[in-house]
Design a protein around this ligand. Sequence first.
Ligand SMILES: C[S@@+](CC[C@H](N)C(=O)[O-])C[C@H]1O[C@@H](n2cnc3c(N)ncnc32)[C@H](O)[C@@H]1O
Length: 274
Amino acid sequence: MFRRELLAIVQPDPSAEPGLVFFDGTEEDGRIRRGRARSRAGETYHIENGYLDLLDHGLGADNIANLTNYLPGASRLYEPLWRVRSLNLLTGERFPNDREIDLVSALVGLDRGGRFLDLGCSAGLYTRTMARRLGGRGDVVGVDISPSMLKEAARRARRLGSSPSFARADIKRLPFMDGSFSGAVCGGTLNELGDPGLALRETHRVLAPGSRLVIMGILQARTRRGRLLQRALSTGGVSFFAPDEVQRLLEDSGFRPDPLETRGAAFFAAASRV
Ligand SMILES: C[S@@+](CC[C@H](N)C(=O)[O-])C[C@H]1O[C@@H](n2cnc3c(N)ncnc32)[C@H](O)[C@@H]1O
């Protein structure tokens, strides 16, 4: 599903004029269920399986960690097997998804309304929950490179009765106009990006001045065993950050970070887009 009005801010090619036009398919309450949209240069993009595909047939994945997100079983099992308990395990506290989303929503300023981006949305936990909380006061767009994750995200959103938009795109080349969002959230994805600095600079570009960015991620382990495990995972493309590294990445990308909140092995980084 993709809200028709949002096609105006889509810019798959940074050197071309922004904006896509919906030209055939089915639409309900201003949301495109399936169909095609076209750029001014005549490129066609499909909306099916619940998302707008801006990568078309390109694979998008560039490491092993990303490839595992393409497996259909992984998208179905990701939330029930891992996500419902991930923060309990990482923080060592009782940390259900609702508590996490309350915290992320408060830090990103969801109450102010506006247009929000969920970077690497996977099965859409933040996207659908934030969209439901926002109601008619704005939009949430979930972005991911994995077709199976996006299909699952759209399925879960429908089941919850929430109506976010989903797009298949690479965070390192976000297909949106400069300054087109009022906030962005990123749950766990920064650890999976080969070049987190590039992704943060792209996020800075698509956020309007004064917008907020909130990142939940995993810190570098402090024990020897943890470090060994993380070293093994890093060969698959996952990286882990020291607290000052997170803050430096944000500053170098043009953000003004709040003091970093760390809970066990997890961090919540919030920052303002200067
Ligand atoms: C750790 S999961 C994110 C979990 C999700 N945010 C949540 O809170 O449940 C990382 C996701 O980022 C996606 N991803 C990895 N690299 C990406 C990229 N360059 N562009 C877009 N999505 C990416 C993967 O496909 C995967 O679904």
